[in-house]
Design a binder for this molecule. Structure first.
Ligand code: PMP
Length: 383
């Protein structure tokens, strides 16, 4: 039985063509670290990492590669901003749909005197920007938002939120974990101050990689959460305050960065617009098919507008964990069940106690795979 991989929201698989080869090439032919040697292999590694910064900037329409911080994942980038910026007495706004990558650092900060509020969202998980002004306080220092929900695929009106933040001079942090590589994301057009994304989801790179893009203004007001050797200004015992070194202590994950560079080059060559159009058509096919099936409840937007290809289903009266197990055992369909590290999103969507079975599409998903999933859902829901 062939496997149908529909868990791209957790991590993409397969990776972009050339990723495994680039990682293998680094490990067998390069081997050197960056910022720490003058020999040719070290220079070659340096150039690859610089190309990666430039390619990530091209992908997110950001002009300054020095402001492209390479991180071990989205979680790190989000923590760098939340923990680096917010101080006791500060206030932060998030939506009612956030992943624990934002909520857990915020709860840790709340124990130290940082307050936060959630922007209410409707039953489809969409926030209303009009609700934001009355939630802002004189001490609001940050608005942080998941661009798209990892539970329901709901896309937030990031440009409208960005305009509100920009008008008031409040930094805006976007968690692009579910949109980077799936949708065109334009840092400046969205009015962002920071964008965090993992390398291993829609960017099609390996695990243990990620990116944090920062405006220089925000970068200046952030304290580095982790400090250490950078291979630069070694005579100083304090962290350099220039970018990207300020936020890149320690030896980086070079095999991972070589893989991510191959992946982002592939995305730029293919065009995120092309991937987005394919995934949108497949999402439409999936949603159309679901409408014909009794005994399921879709959590989140029923149409393909205002969403990405993350589709969560509840099978009322059934055990969603068992459904996911049977999807694999009987049909070879790989999904994820439960609360997906986002309990707040489930409360908003009305699936807080039961969780959902999540089907998430990616660059490699085919029409035949969508049809196989629909057939299996029908058999399990109506059977
Ligand atoms: N935010 C969202 C919306 C996510 O879906 C995820 C991954 N599930 C993260 C943040 C964290 O990404 P990572 O685990 O790669 O750091």
């Amino acid at each position: 039985m062939p496997s149908v991989y529909l868990d791209h929201a957790a991590t993409s698989f397969p990776k972009a063509p050339g990723v495994a080869e680039a990682m293998g090439r680094y490990l067998t032919e390069v081997g050197a670290s960056v910022n720490r040697g003058m020999y040719a292999a070290a220079q070659a590694a340096e150039e690859t990492v610089l190309s990666l910064r430039e390619e990530l900037c091209a992908l997110f329409h950001y002009p300054d590669p020095a402001c492209c911080i390479l991180t071990p994942g989205a979680t790190w980038g989000l923590n760098f901003v939340l923990l680096g910026l917010l101080r006791p007495g500060d206030h932060c706004l998030v939506s009612a749909m956030e992943h624990n990558a934002i909520m857990r650092p915020l709860h840790a900060l709340a124990a130290r005197g940082v307050a936060f509020d959630r922007i209410p969202c409707d039953r489809d998980g969409r926030l209303c920007p009009d609700a934001i002004p009355r939630l802002l306080r004189p001490n609001t220092r940050l608005v942080a938002l998941a661009h798209a929900s990892n539970v329901s695929g709901t896309l937030q009106p990031a440009a409208e939120v960005g305009a509100i933040c920009r008008a008031r001079g409040i930094p805006f942090l976007l968690d692009a974990a579910q949109t980077a590589g799936h949708l065109p994301v334009d840092f400046q057009a969205l009015g962002l101050s920071a964008l965090a994304a993992p390398g291993h989801k829609g960017l099609l790179g390996p695990q243990g990689t990620g990116v944090l893009l920062l405006t220089r203004e925000l970068a200046q007001s952030l304290s580095p959460v982790i400090t250490g050797g950078t291979g630069s200004v070694s005579h100083l015992e304090v962290q350099p305050d220039y970018l990207p070194d300020k936020f890149e202590p320690g030896t980086p994950n070079l095999p991972g960065l070589y893989g991510l560079e191959a992946a982002v080059r592939y995305l730029l060559e293919t065009g995120v617009e092309t991937i987005a159009a394919r995934e949108d058509a497949l999402t439409g096919r999936f949603l159309d098919g679901l409408r014909e099936i009794a005994g399921i409840r879709l959590a989140g937007p029923a149409g393909r507008d205002g969403r990405v290809g993350v589709i969560s289903l509840d099978f009322p009266g059934r055990d969603n964990g068992e459904i996911a197990f049977r999807l694999e055992q009987e049909y070879g369909i790989l999904t994820r069940s439960g609360l997906h590290c986002a309990p707040s999103a489930h409360r908003t969507l009305g699936t807080g106690t039961r969780g959902t079975v999540r089907f998430s599409l990616g660059h490699s998903t085919t029409e035949a795979e969508i049809d196989a999933a629909l057939q299996a859902i029908r058999a399990l829901a109506e059977g």
